[in-house]
Design a protein around this ligand. Structure first.
Ligand SMILES: C[S@@+](CC[C@H](N)C(=O)[O-])C[C@H]1O[C@@H](n2cnc3c(N)ncnc32)[C@H](O)[C@@H]1O
Length: 188
């Protein structure tokens, strides 16, 4: 079956991931969610923790408005350099090298794809970095038919944290039959 083409810059970043042997890039189903979220905030500050080789960044970039900015951070220097080269021609994009907390100086965020640093180690700080109305996207969950959601035999406390956080309107969406993402909007 034919596959829907990905944006050219995503293809460049995917080639970079393959050259680097990096296997944690987001899948196109998540990428299209990222592009849609960025497009919803055409003058926004769009952020990503955990750049990898820039695949998720490229998806965010594909929806980036002319008046928006995109900031992403990666602690692996070689990956950050590789990703930065994909966006060298666009001064709306900043690729930072270091810990995810470097993002704080660019907050509040209108979109935050939290994918490396923050998601598990400081979820409350993640929520606090969102602007009112800001969109949070977290991928790589396993769909669960239960409430509260379970991962294996245990209640997934992390997923519960985001889904029931009083400052968020959040839900879980299937990205494939076997994977899901949590998406939320920060209440005003
Ligand atoms: C799932 S991968 C990112 C994939 C990328 N967002 C994409 O969609 O293509 C997670 C990345 O986060 C980086 N990372 C993990 N912890 C981090 C931290 N505390 N600060 C910055 N980067 C971190 C890892 O080095 C890894 O490259």
């Amino acid at each position: 079956m034919a596959e829907r083409a990905v944006p050219p810059r995503v293809a460049v970043a995917e080639r970079g991931a393959s050259e680097a042997g990096f296997k944690k890039s987001c899948i196109p189903e998540v990428g299209r969610l990222l592009s849609m979220a960025a497009a919803a905030k055409p003058h926004g500050v769009i952020a990503e923790s955990g750049t990898g080789s820039g695949v998720g960044t490229a998806w965010l970039h594909s929806g980036l408005g002319a008046g928006a900015r995109l900031v992403t951070v990666e602690r692996d220097e070689a990956l950050a350099r590789r990703a930065a080269s994909v966006f060298a021609d666009d001064n709306r994009v900043s690729v930072l090298t270091g810990d995810w907390r470097l993002l704080e100086q660019h907050a509040p965020f209108d979109v935050f794809f939290c994918d490396g640093g923050g998601k598990r180690d400081d979820p409350q700080a993640v929520v606090e970095l969102l602007a009112p109305g800001g969109l949070l996207i977290l991928d790589d969950f396993t769909p669960s038919p239960h409430w509260p959601p379970r991962f294996g035999d245990e209640v997934d406390e992390l997923r519960m944290f985001y889904l029931t956080h009083p400052a968020l309107d959040a839900t879980e969406v299937l990205t494939t039959p076997v994977s899901s993402a949590v998406v939320g909007a920060r209440r005003l």
